[in-house]
Design a protein around this ligand. Sequence first.
Ligand SMILES: NC(=O)c1ccc[n+]([C@@H]2O[C@H](COP(=O)([O-])OP(=O)(O)OC[C@H]3O[C@@H](n4cnc5c(N)ncnc54)[C@H](O)[C@@H]3O)[C@@H](O)[C@H]2O)c1
Ligand SMILES: [Zn+2]
Length: 404
Amino acid sequence: MRFTLPRDLYHGKGSLETLKTLKGKKAIVCVGGGSMKRFGFLDKVVEYLNEAGMEVKIFDGIEPDPSVETVMRGAQAMMEFEPDWIVAMGGGSPIDAAKAMWIKYEHPDCTFEDMCKVFGIPELRKKAHFCAIPSTSGTATEVTAFAVITDYEKGIKYPLADFEITPDIAIVDPDLAETMPKKLVAHTGMDAMTHAIEAYVSTANCDYTDPLAIHAIEMIQADLIDSYNGDMAKRDSMHNAQCLAGMAFSNALLGIVHSMAHKTGAAFADLGAHIIHGAANAMYLPKVIKFNSKDETAKKRYGVIADYMHLGGSSDDEKVDLLIKYLRGMNEKLNIPQCIKNYGADSYPTEQGFVPENVFLERLPEIAKNAIADACTGSNPRQPSQEEMEKLLKCCYYDTEVDF
Ligand SMILES: NC(=O)c1ccc[n+]([C@@H]2O[C@H](COP(=O)([O-])OP(=O)(O)OC[C@H]3O[C@@H](n4cnc5c(N)ncnc54)[C@H](O)[C@@H]3O)[C@@H](O)[C@H]2O)c1
Ligand SMILES: [Zn+2]
């Protein structure tokens, strides 16, 4: 087994300044649509890198849920500029896109299909090293071996996975997370909770990942709701918590909550909206916990989580139910719907969401098939059949009990 993390992790307020100490000639800075520029972080990054004696180029405009096309455009920019540092800053989207660009930059012949081969990414770091600076508190892509890229032609999100794309340096500076709007805090926070819980019950869990997952769960329980309601000390703490969850799941892998989120996220994009990653996880997690708890080992592990969260309960069955109830309560406090039927185009709960029942049912077999084939399914404690996955997705649509 292998346990891999970035070589260096700088954390705490002001740690962004670490960029001054990078050694190199040219850095390309990859960012999203404008929040980092608007809040002055992009200017700071450029200033620090200049101070480090580097020539800097900015590649901006990386969209949320980045596309294969954006990855190819960014790689082209890298091939022209020839940076020896890739500095990716922002939410999961720009950092993930930059990771995929990095692969293409180092290996121009590598196609998107090649990149999708799980743990099959060719050796990197011959041309550049990678520094990741997260501005959301959820994906933890700054420490993970994953990048999620969307193929909009197919309407499918593909997780790229290999320790090659684990960044060299992560800078976890909570100043960047303080500017997040509430909705983003909610979604990314529940993404982090899902990472920690899925990592803890994953079949690839181990002594190295368990303490990281459990501590992350405790911290998220203590911090997320207050962070959402504007407590900045808790917001800072959440930035660390999500990173710990990332260290756990990058090495213990995930489960079918993520498989389902990946395969439903863009499946209804033609209807004008995405099911945002963190919100999808928040809705599906309680359902998957019930489904997985038919596996005895998983049930015991959910019981341990409930104990660490001080939820009470005298049997593991009771603890599983209390955990589910608690997580649903968190969704409520964070204004996240409990099911796809009630998921509005703006991500808020509504009577009739943006995914009509007939469209959902029509696409269900295909979505279920794709979810089973997702890279995150292999480490789930219970392997779903096509029929079970369809039933589970239906429970996630209608918010009905999982009793199979
Ligand atoms: N690589 C991984 O290990 C991993 C894990 C989970 C999810 N993901 C993927 O990451 C993506 C989601 O990333 P995300 O949730 O971080 O959101 P995101 O990167 O998609 O950003 C969402 C929006 O928030 C804005 N934003 C970001 N930081 C901000 C800040 N500090 N202040 C104000 N606005 C800010 C962005 O401009 C953007 O409009 C999805 O594609 C998901 O599938 C990756
Ligand atoms: Zn996630």
